[in-house]
Design a protein around this ligand. Structure first.
Ligand SMILES: [Zn+2]
Length: 527
């Protein structure tokens, strides 16, 4: 059954569909820390999108304050959508490299305004071609934004004028701007004349009074402009039916997202009693890192998938291999077309006792394996968990150092939002290993399922408080006695000494196959 997308999944989808680009080419990251959208070149495009924040019962977004009412939020999500479409269109058509040579001898503030002028003209055309209705709504938002900055008498005079050019320019300049815009379209359409755009650039550079004096809040901002901290009153606007539907969807998904997050964080706070974590967080995400990592590890993922499918926890089913084989075909096809869901694995669920997995990844500085390998390993384990359990509510994933990060709660789906969090894993800090294990066992204690596993990826060097080593040994013993199957995976010898089920390997390949063997033997022991 296909669940509704989460807020972030919905926005990713909208962005990548509009830009006709993939997460591998263009990165979209969300942030509550930035005020305005930004485009960075690292060297690929990385687009940062701000998120609404609550401030004294109102929302603050892109330098504007919106009342937390139907009207207020409508204006806010309208602005949010304008950003997403505007930035996606840049990702689709902007050619920033064309200006590199030209910009070298120019002043930064001016050349960015010139580049933005030209690229925005092209962006407007792109949106108008692919989503004329969106274009109209953005145009409507533009008038509201521009008028909200004009003195009252100008406002009255211009209130019914649709064309923003009239608000900006006098008659003579209006004609000139029109001419330049036509020139830009002509130049950019003929793909062969990339250098030609420079003639428009020069024209604008010389007539810089034509350049926009203010940057609209939903557009990308460059370094200094991002620091502006003026909070204006939010805009009111009348979206068309189609745009209103999008706005309502965002509003609804955001509400669900915020309350689900709050609920998840609350439920873990309950389990944190007596533990030493500094904080518990749900990390932001980086979908691009995840997608890249995944495509770099395709052979590994294929192998782990094949090996894992041999693992079964019902002994005497003569047709197991055959069923496994048939499903494998489906699985490979479905994975190749990226449309796979739980349905392929339904038959496996019948064979398998209900399982609950908690996966813990030690992201502390003590882990000897290079951190990018830990991240790749986490990806492999997450992909396997998702396939092997066949149900997204069967597994959860956390990373820990002196903080605990929830990468995937049992209740969350293994979709782009969770995947992005894996792509965003970072390491450092102390290793509160016993605390992480204890938390995992508390989470599982409340779980009604038959078979419970904790997978811990660590080097087994706890650090952070006095007697942590003793505490660690105690916790391991308690968990192993409780019937929860604890499987440890790491690169150091300590791992084999300290856990009953353990796997040690020196590289990713070895670790992955050891992980499978450990899982296989632990699951057959449990019969
Ligand atoms: Zn722009």
């Amino acid at each position: 059954m296909e669940k509704d997308p989460t807020f972030f999944e919905f926005v990713y989808d909208l962005f990548y569909k509009t830009s006709q680009r993939s997460p591998e080419d263009v990165s979209l990251v969300f942030s509550k820390k930035v005020q305005y959208p930004a485009i960075n070149f690292v060297p690929q495009l990385e687009i940062t999108m701000p998120l609404p924040r609550m401030q004294d019962d109102n929302y603050v977004f892109e330098g504007m304050v919106f009342e937390n009412s139907d009207n207020g939020r409508r204006g806010m999500w309208g602005l949010f959508l304008a950003s997403i479409y505007h930035l996606a269109a840049h990702a689709a058509v902007s050619e920033y490299f064309a200006y590199v040579k030209w910009s070298k001898s120019k002043t930064k503030e001016v050349y960015w305004r010139v580049i933005d002028f030209i690229e925005d003209v092209i962006v407007e055309k792109y949106l108008n071609d692919i989503e004329p209705e969106v274009s109209k709504n953005i145009e409507n938002i533009n008038s509201r934004l521009l008028l909200s900055n004009k003195p009252e008498d100008v406002k009255l005079k211009n209130d019914h004028q649709k064309n923003n050019l009239q608000i900006y320019y006098n008659k003579k300049d209006k004609l000139l701007v029109k001419k330049i815009k036509e020139e830009i379209h002509k130049k950019r359409e003929g793909k062969a004349h990339k250098e030609d755009i420079i003639s428009c650039v020069d024209m604008l550079y010389k007539n810089r009074h034509l350049l926009h004096q203010e940057i609209l809040p939903y557009c990308e901002h460059h370094e200094d402009e991002r620091l502006l901290k003026v909070e204006k009153n939010g805009i009111d606007f009348e979206p068309s039916e189609f745009f209103e539907e999008l706005i309502n969807k965002l509003d609804e998904l955001w509400e669900i997202n915020e309350s689900a997050r709050a609920r998840i964080l609350r439920s873990y706070k309950k389990h944190l009693k007596g533990l030493h974590f500094d904080s518990i967080i749900i990390p932001a995400g980086n979908l691009q890192n995840f997608t890249k990592m995944k495509s770099e590890n395709i052979p590994m993922l294929r192998r782990i998938r094949q090996q894992l499918r041999m693992v079964t926890n019902l002994e005497d089913d003569p047709k197991i291999d055959e069923i496994g084989y048939i499903n494998m075909q489906h699985a490979i096809q479905a994975i190749a077309s990226e449309t796979w869901g739980g349905e392929i694995f339904d038959r496996d669920e019948l064979r398998r006792g209900e399982e609950a997995w908690v996966i813990l990844v030690d992201s502390s500085a003590s882990v000897k394996l290079k951190f990018d390998k830990i991240r790749e390993f986490t990806l492999c384990i997450a992909e396997s968990a998702s396939e092997l359990t066949g149900k997204s509510d069967a597994w959860s994933l956390y990373t820990f150092d002196n903080n605990l990060s929830i990468i995937k709660d049992f209740k969350e789906r293994y979709g782009n939002e969770v995947k992005a969090r894996i792509g965003d894993l970072k390491n450092g800090g102390l290793s509160l290993l016993p605390d992480a294990l204890e938390l995992a066992s508390r989470v599982l204690a409340a779980d009604p399922r038959e078979r419970k596993y904790i997978f811990i990826i660590t080097d087994g060097h706890p650090s952070g408080y006095e007697n942590i080593d003793e505490r660690f040994q105690e916790v391991v013993k308690l968990i192993e006695m409780s019937g929860v199957i604890l499987i440890a995976i790491g690169v150091s010898k300590k791992i084999t000494r300290r856990f009953r089920n353990s796997a040690r390997g020196s590289d990713l390949k070895q670790l992955v196959s050891k992980f499978i063997t450990a899982y296989r033997s632990a699951s057959s022991d449990a019969l």
